[in-house]
Design a protein around this ligand. Structure first.
Ligand SMILES: Cc1cc2nc3c(=O)[nH]c(=O)nc-3n(C[C@H](O)[C@H](O)[C@H](O)COP(=O)(O)OP(=O)(O)OC[C@H]3O[C@@H](n4cnc5c(N)ncnc54)[C@H](O)[C@@H]3O)c2cc1C
Ligand code: FES
Length: 274
């Protein structure tokens, strides 16, 4: 049972991941059996004592010793304080929260589209598919602004040999203009329609990717997006995270595209003057 009171955990270690990003490893002080029951795409709330609390995706979910990791951008008010801490620092944890990626057990071809640090929310799913021997079903399209904005270098090095990984940069190492993940996505859709498309990155990129899938004849029920909203309680109590009539912390962060469109329509209706 999750609560509003953070559980103690410790910062174990970290390494830099591109510009302004770090992967942090944490250890829960008193791990519980239920801690490992994290679904890929769910999130947790991290507290830096005296500074604040914010939601983050799991890159590696908690193991039996309560150790897990997250990729965190240095932005806003809370994460710069985290970047100033050393291993051993005491932190707080609440989770796991939200609805993650769908069950893909019967799906024969999955296209995963990630932009920038959005790859973090997909890492657990990719690892789970590889562990389950499903790597042949998976194509990953990963786009970033420049080489310095690419994240999860160690994970991508392992995935490269295991699955079809298409990487694209807006600005390449030699300074030349590259492209966005929409270009390889278009080529993939034209070659063979996948049965599911899973997307995490900047919201405009995800919307364009979803529209491209629709243009190629995919149903909106086969497309999923992970939506970041400003969260506070993480458990449906404070009403801060509405997407239309839904709470992103409860119905999301992963939305099926048809439901996401319904929620956006509700938001527009609510803004319309009576
Ligand atoms: C489900 C989920 C998963 C996430 N996963 C990750 C992850 O894996 N890695 C990661 O780095 N980040 C992730 N984030 C984002 C992260 O939680 C923080 O939003 C980010 O680190 C900034 O945190 P902050 O609270 O310090 O920012 P703040 O300083 O509070 O503000 C950040 C931004 O929000 C705006 N803002 C501030 N207050 C409001 C308000 N009341 N209403 C609207 N906008 C406001 C600010 O103008 C600023 O642009 C995730 C968010 C969600 C919801
Ligand atoms: S964050 Fe409080 S209701 Fe969603």
């Amino acid at each position: 049972m999750v609560s509003l009171v953070p559980r103690p955990m410790q910062l174990l270690e970290f390494h830099d991941e591109g510009e302004g990003c770090r992967q942090f490893s944490f250890a829960l002080q008193s791990p519980r059996p239920g801690d490992q029951a994290v679904m890929p795409g769910q999130f947790f709330m991290l507290t830096v004592p005296g500074v604040g609390e914010a939601p983050f995706s799991y890159v590696r979910p908690p193991d039996w010793q309560g150790r897990f990791s997250a990729l965190i951008r240095k932005e806003g008010a809370m994460s710069p304080a985290l970047f100033g801490l050393e291993p051993g620092a005491r932190l707080g944890y609440r989770g796991a929260f939200g609805i993650g990626w769908p069950d893909l057990s019967g799906v024969r071809r999955v296209l995963v589209v990630a932009g920038g640090s959005g790859l973090a929310a997909l890492a657990g799913l990719i690892e789970a598919l590889i562990r389950g021997g499903r790597q042949d079903a998976l194509t990953l399209v990963y786009g970033a602004r420049s080489p310095g904005h690419q994240v999860l270098a160690r994970e991508r090095a392992q995935w490269r040999g295991a699955l079809e990984l298409i990487e694209i940069l807006e600005r390449r190492e030699d300074g030349r203009v590259g492209g966005s993940p929409l270009e390889p996505l278009q080529a993939q859709l034209a070659a063979q329609l996948p049965e599911a498309v899973l997307c995490c990155g900047p919201e405009p990129m995800m919307q364009s990717a979803a529209e491209l899938c629709l243009v190629h004849g995919m149903p909106p029920t086969a497309i999923w997006l992970s939506i970041e909203r400003r969260l506070e309680c993480g458990m449906g109590r404070c009403g801060r995270c509405h997407v239309g009539r839904s709470s992103a912390c409860q119905e999301g962060p992963v939305y099926r595209y048809d439901r996401y469109l319904d929620r956006l329509a509700e938001e527009q209706d609510a803004r319309r003057p009576c």
